[in-house]
Design a binder for this molecule. Structure first.
Ligand code: FES
Length: 122
């Protein structure tokens, strides 16, 4: 009985994990379930998503985790802090939808988030 309950809870937890879609410049996409509390960058690294290197490990010192957030999602995210914006300014081809994926915390509120990696990171 306990095993069935544990299995049910495991399946339930899997279904509740937010899904993040990563798209590269060639249009290849990968949708991954990422634990709440991780960053979008950590979800990519743990699942071998190409195009997000995260050389600094998430300390906002490299911009190799730069992504373009789909327009419909951009304003739903907390705004970038000044330090993040400064690093984005040094990233490859930043635009108005640029964010550092190491600064986007995964939560139920961003279930379905879509990000695209810059061409140079592909
Ligand atoms: S991992 Fe280096 S700035 Fe995000």
């Amino acid at each position: 009985m306990f095993c069935i309950l544990a299995l049910f809870l495991y399946i339930l937890i899997l279904h509740l994990m937010p899904k993040i879609t990563y798209i590269d410049q060639k249009g290849n996409s990968k949708t991954i379930e990422v634990d709440n509390g991780l960053t979008v960058m950590e979800g990519a690294i743990q699942n071998n998503v190409p195009g997000i290197d995260a050389d600094c490990g998430g300390s906002m010192a490299c911009a190799t985790c730069h992504v373009y957030v789909e327009d419909s999602w951009f304003n739903k995210l907390p705004k970038a802090e000044e330090a993040e914006q400064d690093m984005i300014d040094m990233a490859y081809k930043p635009n108005k939808s640029s964010r550092l994926s190491c600064q986007i915390i995964v939560s139920d509120e961003i279930n379905g988030l879509i990000v695209t990696t810059p061409e140079k990171q592909t």
